[in-house]
Design a protein around this ligand. Sequence first.
Ligand SMILES: [Zn+2]
Length: 391
Amino acid sequence: MTLNGLDNASIDKDYIQSLIQSILDNNHSLPQKRKIRVYPDRLNFSCPICGDSEKVASKKRGNLYFKNMMYICFNEETCSRSFTKLLDTFNIQMDIEKKIQMYQYIENNIQFQSNDEITIKSLDKLFDVNDLCEFFKRDKTRNLTNLQPLVRNSGVDMYVRNVRNIKFTRDIYEGVYHFNSKWSQPVMVFLNRMGDNVISMQIRNLLNGDKRYFKIMDFSYIYDMMYPDGDLDDQERISYNKLSHFFNIFNVDFTRDVNLFEGYIDSLSIPNSIGQIGINTDIGFLLNEDGISLRFIYDNDKAGFNKSQKMLKDGHKVFLWNKFFIDLLKKHKGNKKELAKKLKEEIKDFNKLSQKFKKPLYEIFNFDQYFSDDNLDKIYFMDLDNLLGMI
Ligand SMILES: [Zn+2]
């Protein structure tokens, strides 16, 4: 089997149109209803499921959107479904190579912007937060039980507020994670959601170092557990799971600067941030979108500096820890060398930084000035001590 066309990860629009055409030819008797209007972003046609308008034969309320290959009918909501399901509805087989090519395309091109109605309309399978709490209430075989909003002064609540010093706790729930029938631990549960609609959860215990444990329950993992006989198809799986790995993606405003953190706890430190979760976080799809301004924040350590330096070189905006530290040091009245050592050793990430202050960080600092896409600023990847010697 050859996989031609995979390189540019495009879809064969002519082929897709031919499949739609055969559906229309077999299901509409009026020639006018069989005509497809081709737009750059979609195919527009008379819905073959509900039959579309009975009165006006020229009405075309069915739309197949190329960007996510979702079919939306504006005549009858229940007609809307993934393209692969639309084909199934009419027993049409898709060529296997074309199908793989299409999945690849969806994976690489999936986008999400808060103001994007079509994508939101397509995400109709998200879990209701109350259903989730009910499902993860007491059955230990599901690993997670007692899922609920933070309970005032519970162990998890105290950890979140006092140890982690997290101020923005709306999306943090608590629960108990069962490693087996005898061994369990309290956990924080980070909900990746849009209002009451949840796409994925990240579970994290309250321990550090070797005892740290976290688990990602992405969309299809939860869906398969809740609906073993469900009808989630591969196309939907790809789209939902992809978004599952970007914490808070539903709540950011893409018309402003969007901060991209490596982890989800850090992303709670400053507004309009996304936390990348797990290994499956290819951000190519965000980088490809026009008009989105991304700012990358990596940890204050060697690995983080290496990544930042590479991103800076590639023309992306990165957070310059040392530029920020130098400003702090300039204002510091005591021993600068000592403070520099502390900053370098203790402030490894934004959550650590948050823990040093009572007020939310963004009320204390204007971080905008510490982001840069100017390669000359690579000087800030020098050791902090050396930089300190230069000011
Ligand atoms: Zn319809």
